[in-house]
Design a protein around this ligand. Sequence first.
Ligand SMILES: Cc1cc2nc3c(=O)[nH]c(=O)nc-3n(C[C@H](O)[C@H](O)[C@H](O)COP(=O)(O)O)c2cc1C
Length: 170
Amino acid sequence: MINELFKKRRSIRKYDPSKIVSDDLIKQLLEAGMCAPSACNTRPWEFIVIKNDELIHKITEIHPYTQMIKTSQCAIIVVGLPNNQVNLPGANMWPQDCAAATENILLQATEFNLGSCWCGIYPTDRVAKFQSLLDLPSHKIPFNVIAIGYTAEKFGSRGFYEESKVKWLK
Ligand SMILES: Cc1cc2nc3c(=O)[nH]c(=O)nc-3n(C[C@H](O)[C@H](O)[C@H](O)COP(=O)(O)O)c2cc1C
């Protein structure tokens, strides 16, 4: 049997605004993220933790599909660092590495009974808008916004096994 966490994790878009996730829990989520594998162990990521109402409002203006962070009141921005991989066999693999770190964060959040939602930034034209909002240089690429909070909605599992997606070569 696979771990229940994989099925329990869902994208949560309504949070209880009376409860704010502690910095200690956020730090543990980031630790889980930083345990992810990365090409040539380059760890091409940084994380920006946002708990500031004004910034949260500005994010929802430049990324309309992040409205849920108004109730979660906490968001993590995963930032990719392509320069960590220049001239290495792992060059340009940073999006995969950032995705791996993101999934670790989502699953650890689920384990803590927190809701989360992955909201993509890269590779859309929102990258430049986030760089400007967060005062990031061009070599630091905002990859996604992860909403983190105490959930105000419950869903059943969406994950399932699909044999048609698998080709066995034995
Ligand atoms: C790369 C990526 C980008 C996504 N962007 C958004 C987004 O901008 N806003 C949002 O509400 N959900 C976003 N999602 C969440 C998906 O809509 C969600 O994962 C999908 O519908 C499956 O539902 P589940 O996560 O509850 O299993 C994104 C997910 C991924 C992996």
